[in-house]
Design a protein around this ligand. Structure first.
Ligand code: HEM
Length: 88
């Protein structure tokens, strides 16, 4: 499945910031949280605060103990990369 991962630029991450299409980055990994939104124990609105951005600090402020990487394993898009050209 590693072959399906691909790097994501901050601009592409920022383009996915709506409830129907939400991505979020934590510690350099980008996740598609769209389908997790209804299941977030803190509610979709709280989780949407991190949509389209690096949400590491927001996440750590609330629940640094939560194993996001395991919960979102199937939602992993790929690594956040700062040296990519903008998407079309
Ligand atoms: C709980 C906010 C990201 C998983 C909560 C709660 C808040 C919150 C306020 C507390 C709800 C309550 O006790 O009533 C946020 C914010 C996030 C974020 C602001 C980022 C912008 C995530 C992510 C995951 C996650 C990425 C994992 C995929 C959970 C879990 C709980 C929780 C499992 C329950 C934790 C516990 O009770 O120990 N969240 N969350 N959250 N969130 Fe998040």
């Amino acid at each position: 499945v590693g072959g399906r991962l691909r790097p994501v630029s901050p601009q592409e991450l920022a383009n996915h910031n709506t409830q129907n299409d939400a991505w979020l980055a934590i510690r350099g990994r980008v996740y598609n949280i769209t389908h997790y939104l209804p299941y977030h124990p803190g509610g979709p609105e709280e989780l949407m605060k991190g949509a389209g951005i690096d949400a590491t600090q927001l996440f750590d402020k609330v629940h640094p103990w939560v194993n996001y990487d395991s919960l979102l394993a199937k939602c992993l898009v790929g690594p956040l990369r700062f040296d990519l050209p903008d998407p079309e």
